[in-house]
Design a protein around this ligand. Sequence first.
Ligand code: DGP
Length: 134
Amino acid sequence: MKDNDCIFCKIVNGECPSYKIFENEYTLAFLDISKDTFGHTLVIPKKHFENVFECDDFYLQEVIKTTKLVANHYKNLGFKAVNILNASGKEAGQSVFHLHFHILPKMDATDFDAWPKFKNDAEDLESQWNKLKM
Ligand code: DGP
């Protein structure tokens, strides 16, 4: 996808509106359009990178710094906790191909469940480790 086809680039450039929570030279945080949970926020780099696989280290650091800043801001507003989520690649559920971290602030444990329930039946850890170690 070219930058000029990207909805998040259009938000950065002011071609599309958004409810901005925070902005600096390199990053932008704004409310997710879905209204699925109160305060659902997206943090993006102002430069177009598809996802974590291709984002350069500088921008990735800036995005995670802004994610922390906004998370702390929400804590100061009275939220108790946050889930921070990222999908990189369509198989992981990524639908907008401009890197973003979701921040889901939570008032309490029963607000909603952003953590998937697994079957816990993957192979034993030593076997996984033998295949995965770097
Ligand atoms: P993901 O599935 O992780 O790629 O999440 C993409 C999110 O982007 C999804 O929660 C909805 C949000 N989104 C898509 N289009 C827009 C838009 O035009 N404005 C805003 N604010 N959010 C959008």
